[in-house]
Design a protein around this ligand. Structure first.
Ligand code: NAP
Length: 279
């Protein structure tokens, strides 16, 4: 089977590496000649080009560009394709993307492999990135069943754990566990940088270790992606952040009032609840 990938960066490149190992023929397209050359060099694709017509024989095509370029890429791509070609994207936001792309191509299915790291671009692509991570597919009532089955089969072949839900439910859920954490983590770094005493700030930077590494990781990553998460999932992200602000204020009040019993209650319950997200 021939599989197309547009946007040979972290996610597109990592997909290519894993699918090629399975014996699929990977046709890769990216804007820059340099990206295509690296993709061929490191084994992301069998053929790579800056021209979308390379994908005319692909049975299924993954659109792995930044969120804002997904719909425009599909517009440029579809004149080259027979009507049975399956298109799926990997964008981190689904409701707006799926609404727009479903209008452009009947055989479109929204998807979101929830794997990532701070680095971006083809150089950051790596094998086995998707193992034991979530891969969400977001069909609409009009999505043909065979397309859902086909993309689900590929997602599972990557070692990912499949979830299926509506685009809207996806955006509500990821606002809590992905988009809000980016903003909260960024706020932490921003707040620390407001320390006025130079020696204190320098010592804090020197002492920062595993706790700070965990809590600051997603706020110190791909800033362009963070801005697009906010632009494309604004309402759900704001709901989560406003609730977060309320929870933070509760903790601040508890400390100001030296209500250690209440603080203990809160921290005891979060100690137990964390595993409901991560186990
Ligand atoms: P990335 O590493 O920056 O890769 C995107 C690639 O798309 C770039 O290498 C670039 O290659 C190409 N590109 C950039 N701007 C473009 C444009 N305007 N039009 C067409 N192509 C363009 O980004 P990524 O992290 O792989 O993210 C790609 C998609 O995956 C996004 O939709 C994102 O929401 C989603 N996603 C990301 C993560 C994550 O943690 N990073 C996780 C899950 C899903 P050229 O310069 O050669 O064109």
């Amino acid at each position: 089977m021939k599989v197309g990938i547009v946007g040979l960066g972290l996610i597109g490149g990592s997909l290519g590496l894993d699918l090629r190992v399975q014996g699929l023929e990977i046709l890769g397209v990216s804007r820059q000649e340099k990206t295509c050359a690296i993709a061929l060099d490191i084994g992301v694709a069998d053929k790579a080009s800056t021209n979308l017509s390379l994908l005319k024989e692909a049975e299924i095509i993954f659109i792995c560009t930044p969120i804002k370029a997904i719909a425009s890429t599909i517009q440029q791509l579809t004149p080259h394709l027979p009507p049975e070609t399956i298109l799926t994207d990997v964008g981190s936001v689904k409701a707006k993307v799926v609404a727009e792309c479903s209008q452009l191509w009947h055989n479109f299915l929204g998807g979101h492999p929830m794997a990532g790291k701070a680095e971006q671009g083809i150089e950051a692509a790596e094998k086995n990135l998707f193992i034991n991570t979530a891969y969400v597919l977001t069909p609409t009532p009009n999505t043909p069943k065979e397309i859902l089955n086909k993309v689900a089969e590929i997602a599972q072949s990557l070692g990912a754990n499949l979830s299926i839900c509506s685009p809207e439910t996806h955006d509500q859920a990821v606002a809590w566990i992905s988009h809000a954490p980016v903003m909260i983590s960024a706020s932490l770094i921003h707040a620390c940088m407001q320390e006025r005493e130079k020696t204190v700030l320098e010592l804090a930077q020197k002492l920062a270790s595993s706790g700070f590494r965990d809590t600051s990781r997603v706020g110190g990553g791909n800033w362009e992606l963070g801005v697009m998460m906010a632009q494309y999932n604004k309402e759900e992200l704001l709901k989560s952040l406003l609730q977060y602000r309320q929870s933070l204020e509760t903790i601040i009040n508890t400390i100001q009032q030296e209500d250690w019993q209440n603080l203990e209650q809160i921290l005891k319950s979060t100690n137990q609840e964390r595993s409901q997200f991560l186990d």
